[in-house]
Design a protein around this ligand. Sequence first.
Ligand code: FES
Ligand code: FES
Length: 192
Amino acid sequence: MTRRTILTGGAALAGAAMSPPFTAAAVEKETSPSRNVVVRLTVNGHMRELELDPRTTILDALREDLKLTGTKKGCDQGQCGACTVHIEGERVLSCLTLAVAAQGLRIDTIEGLSPTEGPLHPMQQAFIDQDAFQCGYCTPGQIMSAVACVREGHADTDADIREYMSGNLCRCGAYPNIVAAIKQARPHLDKT
Ligand code: FES
Ligand code: FES
């Protein structure tokens, strides 16, 4: 197999020929749509009823069906933290959690962190004050994770903050400012 084969997609066909589980029929079966189900989600205090493929993640339900695009899709495989939301107050990677599994549970997203007409949440304000973002793509996930980090009691020292925020990646490298923001907001948040 050459690099050219890989780059032009020939690698997938070559793999399929060598490996029966990856035949076109198997792939089609694996990816064919399944029957939709009714899913009731409580998002930011509002009950929402959706018809979803049972394989839909919370992330896709939020972004594609509810148009709540504040929660970001970075890697879609549990590695970057951009998709962090709270379920029952605990931080969760929404790209790894099925929407059907969250029925009856409280989901909070970045859109629900502060009232539409009103002051920002202390963590949001601290990110602004401390210049804790550049492009901003990771920021909703950082903020949701930071709020949970303080609530968990994992933000007492700089080392703790770095450790317990290590699941949230920032390609712009705003890490020192993120630590500063969490320290600014820390006294204003309740621990659970
Ligand atoms: S999009 Fe969920 S962890 Fe990266
Ligand atoms: S601010 Fe750009 S990825 Fe974090």
